[in-house]
Design a protein around this ligand. Structure first.
Ligand code: XMP
Length: 481
């Protein structure tokens, strides 16, 4: 059971608080700062070695971010400000990656080299199995394709494909596959069942598996991904396409989750589709319990804490985030509901993640910190000699587009965030900070953190940031994670 006196007492006095109002009281530890296991959960069945979720925003999560998040042991939620078809295509692209490429993109034997080259540029890869009437007949490699394009030799796929195919049956252990690559001196194997092509194993994917042992994968080795949906019945087609594409969880994405429309949507999804459903956003126990009782497998908490949010100014509604997370967790515990809580919005660094987890979160959703990285969609912008990336609230005027106007007031803003470099570097810094935070109270994992950590009121939180530094050079990284 979570119990934090500082939150209980402040709320008894009608005062609700957030990250900057508290600190975690340091305590005795036998752990080195790199030792703790910080893993958490996104939903009932989706465990995360890195309990961070990239926000369902069009400046944060598209396929590239979703893949990088899953590789790191986190997970991405694909935004829904695009057609259902395109969103489902992104799901398929993430689900295709893993130990092996499932359901690889193929080309017909008579397809023109120029057309294949254009396809390769668009998709970002250059290996294509070649088929004739659905039967596997060859393989186009990056080297073969580039040589054909540059030399102008060879007109169609059939002219430039390799015909000596090295194949393995489905379920071949990776070590055996590696042996086969070695003995045939190839970097790619085709996974074939009878005459049917079912997958492609590449040396690069094998290397990735070794480099990312914590990745968020299913039993078959595919990376996991979630996707945002609106309420039903409006978004039924989107739900169907996403499920068909193999999405691992749907996130019912609403700024007011404690509402009849969201509760009904969760019920229908759980009744009619075999899929994990995360829903939100709520700010208290009643909201969390209502969604959990409707069948939600994860509850998202937070109204207005986000860095690009103006909901509180526009509507007057909201709840300081730490109290909200605590109330949601307590409400669920009181009813004996074992459903993960995701703290969504307002995370400025690893310290806030630790505080959210002490207050009852199983994972956190992050927008601006990730929008600042290379894997976020959107261009890098140079402004005043520094690099930035754009970031906008999903209810900002530009993201709402034609939906803005009468009756729909924007509740978000847009702007630039200082470029922070590679997403895995940012995630590694966050993870290191979290581990160190757990170690400061002697907690080896989330369960111990909840038992041991005590939040204290901290009106002097700024005293640790007062070094009067005069910069004689520009910092190499914009972000202070
Ligand atoms: P951070 O602080 O990580 O927050 O940038 C990301 C979260 O902000 C929420 N979000 C919005 N909230 N108006 C809002 O009031 C908006 O336009 C908006 N867009 C995103 C969302 O919960 C996200 O995960």
């Amino acid at each position: 059971m979570v119990r934090q006196e500082v939150l209980e007492r402040s709320m008894a006095e009608g005062e609700y608080i957030s990250f900057d109002d508290v600190l975690v009281k340091p305590g005795y530890s036998e752990l080195a700062p790199t030792e703790p296991d910080v893993s958490g959960r996104f939903s009932r069945s989706i465990r995360l070695k890195m309990p961070v979720v990239s926000a369902a925003m069009d400046t944060v999560t598209e396929e590239r971010m979703a893949k990088e998040m899953a590789l790191f042991g986190a997970i991405g939620v694909l935004h829904r400000n695009l057609t259902a078809e395109r969103q489902a295509e992104m799901v398929r692209s993430v689900r295709r990656s893993g130990n092996i490429v499932f359901d690889p993109v193929v080309v017909e034997e008579d397809m023109a080299v120029d057309e294949i080259y254009e396809k390769a540029t668009r998709l970002g890869f250059q290996t294509f199995p070649v088929v004739r009437k659905g039967r596997l007949v060859g393989l186009i490699t990056g080297r073969g394709l580039r040589l054909a394009k540059l030399s102008g030799r060879g007109r169609t796929a059939g002219d430039i494909m390799e015909k000596d195919l090295v194949t393995v049956p489905p379920g071949t252990p990776m070590e055996e596959a590696l042996d086969r690559m070695h003995s045939h001196r190839v970097k790619k194997l085709l996974v074939v069942e009878g005459e049917k092509l079912v997958g492609l194993i590449t040396l690069k994917d094998y290397e990735k598996r070794l480099r990312f042992p914590d990745a968020t994968r299913d039993e078959e080795g595919r990376l996991k991904v979630a996707a945002a949906v609106g309420i039903l019945p409006n978004d039924r087609k989107r739900v169907e396409l996403l499920c068909r594409a193999g999405v691992n969880a749907l996130v019912v994405d609403s700024s007011h989750g404690h509402s009849s429309a969201v509760i009904k949507t969760v019920k229908v999804l759980k009744r009619e589709f075999d899929i994990e459903v995360v829903a939100g956003n709520v700010t208290d126990g009643d909201g969390a319990v209502a969604l959990a009782e409707a069948g939600a497998d994860g509850i998202k908490v937070g109204i207005g804490p986000g860095s690009a949010c103006t909901t509180r100014q526009v509507t007057g509604a909201g709840m300081p985030q730490l109290s909200a997370v605590y109330l949601a967790r307590k409400g669920l515990e009181k009813e004996g509901l074992e459903v993960p809580v995701i703290a969504d919005g307002g995370i400025k660094g690893s310290g806030d993640i630790v505080k959210a987890m002490v207050a009852g979160a199983d994972s956190v959703m992050v927008g601006s910190l990730l929008a600042a990285t290379d894997a976020a969609p959107g261009e890098e912008v140079i402004y005043g000699g520094r690099k930035y990336k754009s970031y906008r609230g999903m209810a900002s005027p530009s993201a709402l587009g034609s939906r803005a106007g009468y009756g729909r007031a924007p509740e978000g803003v847009e702007g630039l965030v200082p470029y922070a470099g590679r997403v895995h570097e940012v995630l590694a810094l966050l993870k290191g900070g979290m581990k160190s935070g757990f170690a400061h109270v002697g907690a080896g994992n989330l369960k111990e953190l909840r038992e041991k950590a005590v939040l204290i009121r901290a009106s002097s939180i700024k005293e640790g940031q007062s070094l009067p530094v005069v910069m004689d050079r520009k910092p190499s990284k914009g972000y202070n994670v």
